[in-house]
Ligand binder design. Structure first.
Ligand code: KIV
Length: 284
């Protein structure tokens, strides 16, 4: 009897999790239906993607945040389609389980639906990715439909959309005013009707994000959007504490790799200078 009670308790405590051999867009919708939260992280290269996939992440986003964390640009605008394809193909070579979604970079889809489709096809064909992500609502509806008609799954992105940073002027919380909040809810419904399989909601009030998640049947994945949504996404380098100057309220750091790595590298410098490295066992 005692054992039964204990195992029942353990079952209740453990995270609700169904085993998926390979994550597809259908798995994510299934997770929402079964109230299982979706985990998503960025990755931009083979070695990191291998670790992230092996740790059991559901979705890997090859985000255009590569422009910031990999290339050191101030915004996501400069990264090119060729560079995104390079990052995405490195990630794809490492991944066995996760769904890999790739950002269409700024300038590769905004001018017209044909250009958007051409860019999405290049990403799918040249990198082997599983889906693409585009920023925006009503204004890019036709591009989304065109991409979907070609059989390419599309993830939406609303709220703070970093490719429009010069329109917003700041990276502060979006949709605090009623007018913008109502537009965001309308846009989310529109993206669902257009056929998007999920939507990222970035930096909006938690109450609004919950309302959006409850008003659509596709998964809502939040970043700085509270706990009432269907999943969470973070930039890997932020979670690992490599970007130590960046500390928004929504970020939980799981490591302090900036300091760990600095310590290890300065130790190596000292060991080389002092002729301690390599020692007798570290040579042929
Ligand atoms: O590019 C990116 O990393 C993103 C996430 C912040 C969602 O779009």
């Amino acid at each position: 009897m005692k054992t039964v009670i204990l195992s029942l308790k353990l079952e209740q405590m453990s995270v609700a999790k169904k085993e998926y051999k390979r994550i597809t867009v259908k798995s994510l919708i299934d997770m929402k239906e079964h109230n299982e939260k979706i985990s998503m992280l960025t990755a931009y290269d083979y070695s990191m993607a291998k670790i992230v996939d092996g740790a059991g992440i559901d979705v890997i986003l090859v985000g255009d945040s590569a422009s910031n964390v990999m290339a050191g640009h101030e915004t996501t605008l400069p990264i090119t389609l060729d560079q995104m394809i390079y990052h995405a193909s490195s990630v794809i070579r490492a991944v066995n389980r996760a769904l890999v979604v790739v950002d269409l970079p700024f300038g590769s889809y905004q001018s017209d639906p044909k250009e958007a489709l051409r860019s999405a096809i290049r990403i799918m064909k040249e990198s082997g990715a599983h889906a693409v992500k585009l920023e925006g609502g009503k204004e890019i509806k036709e591009s989304i439909k065109r991409i979907l008609h070609a059989g390419i799954p599309v993830m939406g992105h609303l709220g703070l959309t970093p490719q429009s940073i010069y329109k917003f002027g700041t990276y502060t919380v979006r949709a605090k005013e009623e007018e913008e909040a109502l537009k965001l809810i309308e846009d989310a419904k529109l993206l669902e009707r257009a056929g998007c399989f999920a939507i990222v909601l970035e930096k909006i009030p938690a109450k609004l994000a919950k309302e959006v998640a409850e008003s659509v049947s596709i998964p809502i994945i939040g970043i700085g959007a509270g706990n009432g949504v269907d999943g969470q996404v973070l930039v890997l380098h932020d979670l690992l504490g490599m970007t130590h100057e960046f500390h928004p309220r929504f970020l939980r750091r799981y490591l302090n790799l900036y300091d760990e790595m600095t310590g290890a590298i300065s130790q190596y410098v000292d060991d080389v200078k002092s002729k301690d490295f390599p020692n007798d066992d570290e040579q042929y």
